[in-house]
Design a protein. Sequence first.
Length: 144
Amino acid sequence: MINEGVNLTKDTDVVLSPTSDADLPSKELKSSMSSLLAIAVTFVIVAIAIIFWIFRPPLNQYNQSVLSLSGDPVQGRSIFVMNCVACHGQWANGKVGPNLHGVSNRKSDARLIHQVVSGETPPMPQFQPSPQDMADLLSYLKQL
Ligand code: HEC
């Protein structure tokens, strides 16, 4: 019994040393794998950030250029008559689309611009006015 026990520990000792030798390269492999994973995760995060960066600025740039211009409400009125009265009524009192009087109290400039250019609320179409046209339209909407 005792002998067997001694023999066993000897055996495991013999078996253990090669495994610990074999463990060393696999640990290196594991650490290089985890650093590779860390690089991959970083890369994905950076890629997502870049995608957001690419897609976000145009909207902000558009908003910024609209808001940097001074709008003419008379011009805005004529743009409104040509594009919006069918749904919002001759005097913006509402038809298919809602009454727009006091809309600027409910919505910020950015949200008003977004409402016009996004096309997110059908049946209202997606408009693509030039920044100056949008500035004119915005100044008209704000004085309703
Ligand atoms: C085809 C019909 C249609 C046309 C054309 C249209 N709209 Fe609209 N509009 C709507 C509808 C419907 C809504 C309500 C959308 C919703 O919130 O679900 C709306 C909502 C809005 C709102 C938000 C109102 C609020 O109370 O939040 C604004 C501002 C607006 N329109 C401005 C315009 C302007 C400016 C034009 C012209 C450039 C225009 N719309 C052209 C149908 C139209």
